[in-house]
Design a protein around this ligand. Structure first.
Ligand SMILES: [Zn+2]
Length: 364
């Protein structure tokens, strides 16, 4: 039996962690192409660049807004002309995915600096490529995870709390999906079996959410970087990332993918839809009432959706919901990493059951 576990090269997190970006960059080269969100240009770079430039030469490029082949080509050309030795991405998910892809095509190391904690994508060896118009185009599987992931919680805490909550929705799925892969001996994102390390980290991810989730939301609302806030940022970004890549995905993300065929869900964040996918997966896999109660209570306490209405599907018809269930069961989907009878019909029932339970608990 061969297991495989993958990690980012280094993970740095804390209040004012950006002060270390120059030092971390200089370990990897002497010229950096910096790809930054427009927001980062205005709010972060004026303060950051002088300290960064004490360690490394920089060329700053403003991210165009879409992680497309065209944008990747443009930035790769800029990096080549500058003779960059390292790529630094600073911003949201698409900026980081673009920086990872640019570094891959230039054969350079990459540092990613997320400015929100809304998903577990920063640590992963994956970029999602879109058309310039924003339609999903393809996954770009990268040969390596980022060399450095640097998370400054002073920046993260300034983002609206909905990002942190959504990140907890993404992280909530991690243990349930990894556990299913462990039980079924299903492969992780490398195509090989996960390790006990990955499953243990996925479990720690879930326990951290249950213990510190509510306190972290309170801290974020107050604009305070508390120990609970630090722990949840780490759970959302690192534990969830390691857990999903090396533990594996299963029903929750497949049901998320299914829900995206329904246009009203496009206005909701990845982690919000993954939370609904997780709740449905509890019914799909026949979890105990105690386990189901624990997850619903957590979602309600931190403000994650527990009903279809809360992801835009208030008046969803059975035919539309069935379309989502069918998409969740598309050939090759990770939903087949679950044990038992997985069919569009069983997924449809699980979604209806999850929604009914959410409404019952809310009193309607
Ligand atoms: Zn996810």
């Amino acid at each position: 039996m061969i297991t495989t576990t993958i990690f980012p090269g280094r993970y740095v997190q804390g209040y004012n962690a950006l002060d270390l970006l120059g030092e971390e960059s200089a370990r990897l080269g002497s010229k950096a192409l910096v790809v930054a969100d427009p927001f980062v240009h205005e709010a972060i770079l004026p303060e950051l660049l002088p300290s960064l430039q004490r360690h490394i030469d920089t060329q700053v490029e403003k991210f165009g807004g879409e992680c497309s082949d065209e944008e990747i080509d443009r930035l790769a050309t800029a990096g080549q002309t500058f003779e960059a030795q390292v790529v630094i991405g600073i911003g949201g998910g698409k900026t980081l995915d673009t920086a990872k892809a640019v570094a891959y095509f230039l054969h350079l190391p990459v540092i990613v600096v997320p400015t929100i904690a809304s998903t577990d994508a920063p640590c992963s060896a994956l970029s999602v490529i879109y058309t310039p118009e924003g339609q999903f185009k393809r996954y770009l599987f990268l040969p390596n995870n980022p060399n450095v992931v640097l998370v400054d919680t002073r920046i993260i805490v300034k983002a609206p709390v909905r990002f942190l909550i959504s990140g907890m929705g993404d992280a909530l799925a991690t243990w349930f999906e990894a556990e299913s892969c462990q039980i079924k001996r299903a492969p992780n994102m490398t195509g090989r079996l996960g390790s006990m390390t990955a499953y243990a980290l996925a479990r720690l991810c879930y326990e951290t959410l249950l213990t510190y989730g509510v306190q972290a939301v309170t801290a974020n609302r107050a604009g305070v970087v508390s120990p609970a806030f630090e722990k949840i940022v780490e759970a959302n970004t690192l534990l969830s990332g390691l857990g999903f890549e090396s533990g594996g995905l299963a029903a929750a993300h497949a049901i998320h993918n299914g829900l995206t065929v329904l246009e009203p869900t496009h206005h909701y964040f990845h982690g919000e839809k993954v939370a609904i996918g997780t709740l449905a997966s509890l019914f799909l896999t026949g979890k105990t009432p105690e386990a189901i109660n624990e997850v619903y209570s957590f979602c309600e306490a931190v403000g994650l959706p527990t009903t279809l209405a809360e992801i835009g599907l208030k008046n969803i018809g059975d035919d539309d919901l069935m379309r989502a269930a069918e998409k969740a069961c598309a050939p090759g989907e990770t939903i087949f990493n679950e044990l038992g009878d997985i069919t569009p019909q069983s997924v449809f029932m699980a979604l209806k059951a999850a929604d009914a339970e959410g409404r019952r608990r809310k009193g309607f």
